[in-house]
Design a protein around this ligand. Structure first.
Ligand SMILES: Cc1ncc(COP(=O)(O)O)c(C=O)c1O
Length: 398
């Protein structure tokens, strides 16, 4: 911890745990302590930590070939590309491979400008797309953007879920509208029914490309392979990353052939994009997602988790609302105490995430079990009850 604090850029808010091992929905600290992991590496550990099939795929590939630039063909890459296309929404049949969510978004922005010949992007209030300059430009939070301006050209932000306001912003100079079908970083915001369909119709009417950023909500997290399937809407460009290779860095931008083919040789490349290890891990991840029916499992266990949270937490005044779709769950607090709750949970053996200062977010592996969910809810209830006591004492004192 001392070495990281001294040498690693201080851009992360740290939890004082040294994780050394993981399995399924649990990780272990260097002191042997066990944690139920509802943070999941920020939503990456979809198939669980160190799933044997992923470990084996990485091991096997690492004995064969570890690096292969995109200018040379590779068997692991071809196998992965076919698998990825087989689970992608219909009509999205060509892929640019990169190494992170932000890069998947960068590629989408470049493809959209090249294909449409237009420059302006519309993004959503509350949207999060990463922190590289392009992805940052379409990310909503001003405190993330402001210190690094000027960013990428003109970006307009629309209120998430308000189709009338979006229509007013969608003028003829828009290259693409970019949407998270369920917003993650802003605290699991689910769009009103019918909204994404109306966005799709607006894009069709105005020849605007529709980009779905499913970096956080995709790959089964919400109970369907793609969150947008809950509303039967298909984008023109899909951004995927996080759990796609179960923790090996990867990003994928998927689009129809005629859209992707607007990029010509040299216009967008990546030294590590399509790396054989990432591709082997990606193939194994897709195999596990399908074989273990993890999207269905996320739905079933997500309903259990959400219901248990509602039953046990809604009686507390400090809890405002529990939201969720599959295993993408959050609850809002009336007080800005998330830091205390995150650190308190870690002390009690539970890892959780937050959004802003008053929302707790849970992105557990899709293999989380009932006992682990019960444990997580009991720790959360204990911490919330203690916040409630503090609040009562404060009110009595005033
Ligand atoms: C929806 C969404 N898009 C993009 C990103 C950026 O991904 P990365 O951190 O891998 O660059 C994230 C990361 O949390 C995300 O949630």
């Amino acid at each position: 911890m001392d070495v990281e604090d001294r040498i690693m850029a201080s851009t992360y808010s740290k939890i004082p745990i040294v994780a050394v091992r993981g399995r399924g929905a649990k990780i272990w600290g260097i002191d042997g302590r066990e944690y139920v992991d509802c943070m999941g590496g920020y939503g990456v550990a979809l198939v669980g930590h160190c799933h044997p099939r992923i470990v084996e795929a990485i091991r096997k590939q690492s004995e064969k070939l570890i690096v292969c630039h995109g200018s040379i063909y590779n068997d692991a890459r071809a196998e992965f590309l076919e698998k990825l296309i087989s689970i992608a929404p219909n009509g999205l049949d060509k892929v640019f491979l990169s190494n992170s969510g932000a890069e998947a978004v960068e590629a989408a922005l470049k493809i959209a400008r090249k294909y449409t010949g237009r420059k302006v992007f519309v993004s959503m209030m509350g949207g999060y797309h990463g922190k590289t300059m392009g992805a940052l430009s379409i990310t909503w939070r001003e405190d993330y953007r402001r210190p690094f301006e000027p960013l990428v050209g003109e970006v307009r932000f629309a209120p998430y879920g308000d189709i009338d306001k979006l229509k007013r912003l969608a003028t003829g100079d828009i290259a693409a509208i970019i949407v998270e079908p369920v917003q993650g970083e802003s605290g699991v915001r689910i769009p009103p029914d019918g909204y994404l369909k109306e966005v799709r119709e607006l894009c069709d009417e105005k020849d605007i490309l529709l980009i779905f950023d499913e970096v956080q909500c995709g790959l089964g997290r919400t109970g369907k392979m793609w969150a947008s399937q809950h509303w039967g809407v298909t984008p023109d460009i899909l951004c995927v990353a996080k759990g796609l290779a179960s923790g090996i860095p990867i990003g994928a931008t998927i689009a129809p052939r005629e859209v992707m083919d607007k990029l010509s040789v040299g216009e967008h490349t990546s030294t590590f994009g399509g790396n054989p290890i990432a591709c082997a891990a990606g193939s194994a991840t897709i195999d596990v997602l399908l074989a273990e029916k993890l999207p269905d499992r996320a739905w079933e266990y997500g309903c259990i988790f959400k219901r248990m949270l509602e039953d046990r937490l809604s009686k507390y005044k400090v809890v405002r609302e529990v939201r969720g779709l599959g295993l993408m769950i959050a609850f809002d607090l009336r007080l800005p105490v998330v830091k205390d709750i995150v650190l308190g949970a870690a002390e009690d053996g539970l890892l959780i995430l937050y959004s802003g200062r008053a929302t707790i977010r849970l992105l557990p592996p899709l293999v989380i079990g009932r006992e682990e969910i019960e444990f997580a809810v009991s720790i959360l209830e204990k911490l919330i009850a203690s916040e409630e006591e503090k609040l009562k004492a404060k009110m009595q004192a005033s």
